[in-house]
Ligand binder design. Structure first.
Ligand code: C5J
Length: 225
């Protein structure tokens, strides 16, 4: 079995029980002119990880690992959006309002789609989620159980919000999660670093962290033996 040099210690990767989980690589969070930028965020930080996530998807597809893409999305009538989520804060645009790329966080709108180079391929699972965590109000658990998945290689944005929430949910459900440091990003670099520390503290209380190259190295060294 490949063993990834990870933090806080080595991560055993049973490839027949592993899937790649890509969180919310959506145009509205990542592209200039989208909702994220409209809120005053520097989206170039998030754009910078797109090539690494492409590499991860290429690796998964070559190896035949299941790939799951999530997107934060609500129904057009907002029936799955709690008022507390829509009314929070004093943003210039709220969920469901018309934004630069269509209605904010509404399924089917251009900004809600994945960035062009990270589009799902036929046969890959797409989970639309109304919350930050990918397990809340979705059928992700059932999908993972039906495929015998126990290990998740996690990527996506933003590290401290939807990625961390999903990892904590997965951890509570018994999944062994490895977060790929160069395949995740935040608008706030200090939040990313704090999240990596929180995940790996106390003997990996939430999971493991490694770079994509460390996963590649583990797989290649296994191939050579
Ligand atoms: C946020 C996300 N940040 N995908 N969504 O609201 O992290």
């Amino acid at each position: 079995m490949p063993v990834v040099e990870a933090r806080p210690y080595a991560y055993d990767l049973p490839v027949d029980k592993a899937a790649v989980l890509v969180i919310d690589m959506q145009r509205d969070f990542i592209e200039p002119g989208g909702f994220g930028e409209c809120l005053g965020n520097d989206v170039s930080r998030l754009q910078a990880i797109v090539p690494a996530v492409e590499h991860l998807l290429g690796l998964a597809r070559r190896m035949g690992l299941p790939v799951i893409h999530t997107r934060e999305a609500h129904h057009p009538d907002l029936s799955d959006c709690p008022p507390a989520k829509r009314e929070r804060g004093a943003p210039s645009l709220r969920i469901g309002d018309e934004g630069p790329m269509g209605r904010i966080l509404i399924e089917g709108e251009p900004g809600n789609d994945f960035v062009p180079t990270l589009q799902p391929q036929p046969g890959e699972l797409v989970i639309s989620k109304p919350g930050k965590g990918a397990f809340y109000a979705t059928r992700l658990t059932e999908h993972l159980q039906s495929r015998g998945i126990t290990h998740l290689l996690v990527a996506g944005v933003t590290t401290e919000v939807c990625v961390q929430t999903t990892m904590r949910e997965a951890n509570d459900r018994g999944y062994c999660c490895l977060l790929l440091e160069d395949c995740t990003e935040s608008y706030f670099p200090e939040f990313k670093q704090a999240t990596l520390q929180m995940i790996t503290a106390q003997g990996g209380i939430v999971g493991w962290v490694a770079m994509l190259d460390q996963v590649l190295a583990a797989i290649m060294s296994e191939d050579e033996t």
